[in-house]
Design a protein around this ligand. Structure first.
Ligand SMILES: C[S@@+](CC[C@H](N)C(=O)[O-])C[C@H]1O[C@@H](n2cnc3c(N)ncnc32)[C@H](O)[C@@H]1O
Length: 253
């Protein structure tokens, strides 16, 4: 794809994916919030087929690991050409954050997601087989990002998770109705419970305070509920939240 017809030329936040399976995209990213943002041009998605950068007659992209062992490793020469192609395509001032989804990476969290949403875009190199040759990771300074302590069969699924979490934070993607400020992790807490119509379902009623129309009491209940849930489910988060609160109080005193 030439720079001129690249979707990312017009959009504000650009995502470039290097993948062996470009047909997987946009997939879920073409729907709901992310899809709406994509259609509005708030973000762009360009997929680059790694195989088209192979030069031998079988279009090989992988080779056995030096030192022996099972599995195959993605060839650095092919990956290098693919990455250089994406870098060369960017407009002069666009700096893409370079990510490599990897189970060895830093665990994706809302802080990282927010930071990515404030940058200009990403290049995500999707691994397959045993992953990338280490020299490619180091040469292009790819940041390894994990989406959890388990092993996927490919980086594409992780790339979808990363992009979905980031693009929903881009200005204009979410309406007021879908504000993310109360989402889990935004305040350092898990979110409070939700209830909706009908009021009586299977003989079960929502907490009375939510029907009171008293905004302050509702906000207080939700905050206490969020504290209770976080305490119950995530001792790491509640400890960090309490420590931060304590620091803020000390600053004030
Ligand atoms: C079969 S995995 C390779 C796993 C690798 N041999 C290891 O044990 O660390 C193939 C690709 O899936 C992606 N992947 C697998 N698990 C992941 C995770 N938890 N988070 C992000 N990406 C993951 C990576 O891009 C990886 O190169």
């Amino acid at each position: 794809m030439s720079a001129a017809d690249s979707a990312s030329e017009k959009a504000l936040w650009a995502a470039h994916l290097l993948t062996l399976f470009p047909e997987m995209f946009p997939g879920p990213l073409g729907h709901s919030l992310a899809g709406r943002g994509l259609k509005k041009g708030i973000w762009s998605l360009d997929c680059h087929n790694i195989r088209s950068f192979a030069t031998d007659k079988h279009a090989n992209v992988d080779a056995p690991p030096f030192g022996g062992g099972h599995g195959m490793v993605m060839r650095p020469d092919v990956m290098g050409r693919a990455i250089e192609h994406v870098i060369a395509q960017q407009p002069p001032k666009r700096n893409l954050t370079r990510l490599y989804p990897s189970p060895r990476g830093k665990l994706l969290d809302q802080k990282m997601v927010r930071e990515l949403s404030q940058q200009e875009g990403v290049m995500i190199v999707c691994g397959r087989y045993e992953g990338l040759d280490q020299r490619v990771i180091e040469h292009y300074q790819l940041t390894e990002v994990s989406i959890g302590d388990y092993v996927l069969s490919g980086g594409e699924q992780a790339a979808m998770v990363i992009l979905d979490t980031v693009v929903r934070l881009l200005p204009g993607v979410m309406g007021k109705q879908e504000s993310h400020l109360e989402d889990s992790f935004e305040s350092g807490l898990l979110e409070h419970h939700h209830y909706t119509q009908p009021r009586d379902w299977q003989g079960l009623e929502p907490p009375e305070v939510l029907l009171s129309g008293h905004h302050q009491n509702i906000a207080k209940w939700r905050h206490e509920n969020a504290i209770e849930i976080t305490t119950d489910r995530r001792s790491d988060l509640i400890a960090a939240y309490m420590a931060k609160k304590h620091l803020k109080k000390e600053d004030k005193d």
